[in-house]
Design a protein around this ligand. Structure first.
Ligand code: PLP
Length: 455
């Protein structure tokens, strides 16, 4: 079974860790530079397990060698004018760019209600929360937002975390440890944060083929009926833009008496009449035990959460180290999310405009013969199939066309499926789409890349 080109059981969110020599800190605590006694004693030939600099250099070299070393872009968004931004790449002052790869899918990070709510909170209660939720860091904003999110998903309760990553890791690892002998059934394309949670639970896991209920059933049927089971999957898979067969998975959960856990990170705010995600759109929320989401994508700010019945929330709140032992989100952030969630419960204008923009961009790419994946969601992946070429296209777009889109490489996607992932939003205009498509056609020609033949 593969996850991002690796075996799921060995999958690591950090590239190629398996090639890193083991650190034996027990052997010596000297920080061994080339000229330190520890390294000199061992020959300083660059292969010593205590030559830390060399090991770090090699780790970075591996990424350069594969053409997937990441470079941060130095950018500022222009508030109220998204997707316009300023890029500080050269020495001639900031250059205007158009952002095409933001996960602030609905531009809520710029929304006047969100900005005003954050300003008001800042002036009302100050910057930080001042502690963990249990000691010093609880505020009325946190409680309000949890109520709002529980209502969004039709659940009794919700619980905030500092990110979507932490919510997955903390909840999955804690749940499985609370259920004696629990076996987790995990979709092979689950996000790194879910894999981390499953690994940290130390429980048994079974990996089922992506979005494949038949394979999931085979694995469920092979298990002892008396052991606790948890089925973990995402709703929208953010790289290929496909959607899980939620009802089929819930049918199996009922048949085999398993709990269900869904990651709706790329769907909350985006789907359903009130932004409750695919589980709302497909009228499946009541069949799912734990719904997880982020506040950093369609809600435009930062943080993560789960929604579930009060009993489960109380257990996670009381046992998950990732919730207990960390400073809670700033009330300023929470106030911004509250405004975004409330707005998107009532307004579908942003969702509709975003869906229209995604459909329009896919149509333009398709008609230009560009190899776009025909997804059923808002994600627009343009397939390149090679990390060096993907980076080259991204570099040309930024330097020559003022278009900002990052290449997506392993381990986020399997090797050989590298791509550019466009996220058009409600504020990307048709003119911007026409310019982008023309730029890509020119680059495809210049680099002699293959166009897709008309069907
Ligand atoms: N789950 C999925 C499917 C994701 O794609 C991501 C992030 O991209 C996360 C969880 C983590 O969410 P956050 O960015 O809020 O940490």
């Amino acid at each position: 079974m593969t996850w991002n080109g690796q075996s799921h059981s060995e999958a690591r969110p950090v590239a190629n860790c398996s090639q890193t020599p083991p650190f034996n800190r027990g052997a010596a605590y000297t920080k061994s530079r080339e000229d330190s006694p520890a390294v000199r004693d061992r020959g300083a030939n660059g292969t010593s397990p205590l030559n830390y600099d060399h090991i770090f250099d090699q780790a970075i070299q591996r990424l350069h060698g594969e053409g997937r070393y990441r470079v941060f872009i130095d950018i500022l968004r222009n508030k109220g004018a998204f997707p316009n931004a300023r890029c500080f790449a050269g020495h001639n002052g900031p250059k205007p760019v158009t952002v095409w790869c933001s996960n602030d899918y609905l531009s809520m990070g710029q929304h006047p209600k969100v900005v005003a709510a954050m300003e008001e909170a800042l002036h009302d209660v100050g910057a930080g929360s001042g502690g963990t939720r249990n000691i010093g860091g609880n505020t009325h904003y946190h409680i309000d937002l949890e109520r709002e999110l529980a209502d969004l998903h039709g659940k009794e309760s919700a619980l905030l975390f500092t990110s979507g990553y932490v919510s997955n890791d903390a909840t999955l690892s804690t749940l499985a440890r609370l259920l004696p002998g629990c076996v987790i059934f995990s979709d092979e394309l689950n996000h790194a944060s879910m894999i981390a949670g499953i690994r940290n639970s130390n429980c048994e896991k079974r990996i089922f083929r992506h979005n494949d209920p038949a394979h999931l059933e085979e694995l469920l049927a092979a298990e002892d009926p008396s052991v606790p089971k948890l089925i973990a999957f995402e709703s929208v898979y953010s790289m290929d833009g496909d959607v899980a067969p939620i009802h089929a998975f819930c049918d199996l959960a009922e048949k085999y008496n398993a709990l269900t856990y869904i990651d709706e990170v790329h769907a909350v705010g985006m789907y359903g009449a009130r932004g409750g995600g695919i589980s709302e759109r497909d009228e499946a929320a009541h069949r799912i035990d734990i719904i997880e989401g982020t506040m950093g994508k369609a809600f435009g700010v930062m943080g993560g959460y789960i929604a579930a019945d009060t009993r489960i929330i109380d257990c996670i709140r009381s046992y998950a180290p990732g919730f207990i032992f960390t400073t809670s989100l700033s009330p300023v952030l929470v106030a911004g999310v509250l405004a975004a969630v409330r707005h998107l419960k009532e307004s579908s204008a942003e969702r509709d405009a975003q869906q229209a923009a995604a459909a329009e961009l896919k149509r333009r790419f398709r008609e230009a013969g560009l190899p776009v994946l025909d997804t059923a969601t808002h994600i627009v992946p343009l397939m390149v199939g090679d990390p060096v070429r993907a980076k080259k296209i991204s570099d040309i777009l930024l330097a020559e066309y003022g278009v900002y889109v990052q290449p997506i490489n392993f381990p986020t996607v399997p090797r050989g499926t590298e791509r550019l992932r466009f996220t058009p939003g409600p504020t990307h205009t048709e003119e911007m789409m026409a310019e982008l498509t023309a730029a890509l056609v020119e680059i495809w020609d210049r680099l002699e890349l293959e166009f897709r033949k008309a069907a």
